[in-house]
Design a protein around this ligand. Structure first.
Ligand code: ADP
Ligand code: MG
Length: 327
């Protein structure tokens, strides 16, 4: 199978209903038509074998994740997905792998009405780079820089289970099979919070998605907004779904490690966002409208820095660094 057969077979779809796509795969450029008056929101994310995922990771899940991490960036900006390109380096044209990969990828694309419009395909160590395009009304994109002292801090969904799965897959933690399965799905098939991000337009004062760990990513938001924050572990302790499972099973577990997974795990692809206290009802409505649970975990303060406090309000030493590829 040659390069062009491969592109035709796995990455070219009949045009169908795609409002923004004037011309998709096949020419030198794709042509996208923006909705009049809207802004493009554009983001790229690359997944490298051995760095972002293990060799031998299920190909369908990898296809899903490659797009999910990009859609998560659109979600963090409150943008509606419109299309994406795929730059792919493959060691060989393995038909079973390509079949599963493209299925996982395009299923998620269909779910979000976000068609594949072009890309590049080359031989090389497995490397998947996606650029995603979304739309947002001018002035309504959620940015990292809008948090103000007094704002509440929220996080969507659950945090830390992906990190727990990683630890189990690396042989550092033993997990019951059912728990490993659930946690591994969180690691390998994250859910981008696109509907929540869009529902938070005009409600959230700032937002970003958690890819490298809650505390570290929240730190980026604080820096961009030139503010500080207080986060209470009483509110974050239940965010790791595994804790409820382990408690129900009466299992012995390392509380400190679960805490670390929650606060600094990475690969969560949940949204962290801030909103004024007067917007609590509006946040609840956005959560309900998008069927996405959110938890209030702390408050923005004027003094720079991130203060972690325990259940009794006691100060905890800041200890969990987030992931950095070059640290
Ligand atoms: P060029 O040489 O002009 O860059 P290519 O020969 O690389 O174009 O690609 C041919 C067509 O296939 C282009 O429309 C390109 O966007 C598309 N394409 C290449 N690889 C992919 C891919 N992995 N997924 C989707 N479209 C792709
Ligand atoms: Mg090319």
């Amino acid at each position: 199978m040659g390069e062009f057969d491969l592109i035709r077979r796995y990455f070219t779809r009949p045009p169908g209903h795609a409002p923004h796509v004037v011309l998709g795969v096949g020419d030198d450029c794709a042509l996208l038509q923006p909705t009049p008056g809207m802004q493009w929101a554009v983001s790229s994310d690359m997944l490298v074998e051995g760095r972002h995922f293990f060799a031998g990771t299920d190909a369908a899940r990898l296809g899903h994740k490659a797009l999910a991490v990009n859609l998560s960036d659109l979600a963090a900006c409150g943008a509606r997905p419109a299309g994406f390109t795929l730059a792919l380096a493959l060691p060989q044209a393995d038909e079973a792998w390509l079949d599963a990969f493209s299925r996982g990828l395009l299923q998620l694309a269909d779910l979000h009405g976000c068609p594949l419009v072009g890309g590049d395909t080359t031989r090389g160590p497995l490397n998947i780079c996606i650029t995603v395009f979304g739309e947002v009304p001018p002035g309504q994109a959620l940015l990292r820089s809008g948090a103000r002292p007094g704002d509440d801090i929220y996080v969507s969904g659950t945090l830390g289970d992906a990190r727990l799965a990683l630890s189990a897959l690396q042989g550092q933690t033993a997990l019951p099979a059912a728990l490993l399965h659930a946690a591994q799905l969180r690691l390998e098939q994250p859910t981008p919070r696109v509907a929540l991000g869009m529902a938070l337009r005009g409600v959230a004062s700032a937002a970003l998605d958690v890819s490298d760990g809650l505390l570290g990513d929240l730190g980026h938001l604080l820096e961009a907004s030139r503010v500080g924050a207080r986060v209470n572990t009483k509110n974050t302790i239940h965010l790791i779904a595994a804790r409820a499972y382990l408690e129900n099973a009466g299992a012995d577990f390392d509380d400190e490690f679960l805490q670390q997974c929650t606060l600094a795990g990475g690969d969560d692809y949940e949204l962290v966002f801030t909103a004024p206290a007067t917007a609590r009802d509006a946040v609840a409505r956005a959560s309900q409208a998008s069927a996405t649970p959110v938890t209030r975990i702390g408050q923005i303060e004027a003094a720079p820095g991130l203060r972690l406090v325990g259940p009794q309000g006691e100060a905890l030493a800041p200890r969990y660094a987030s992931f950095d590829h070059f640290a």
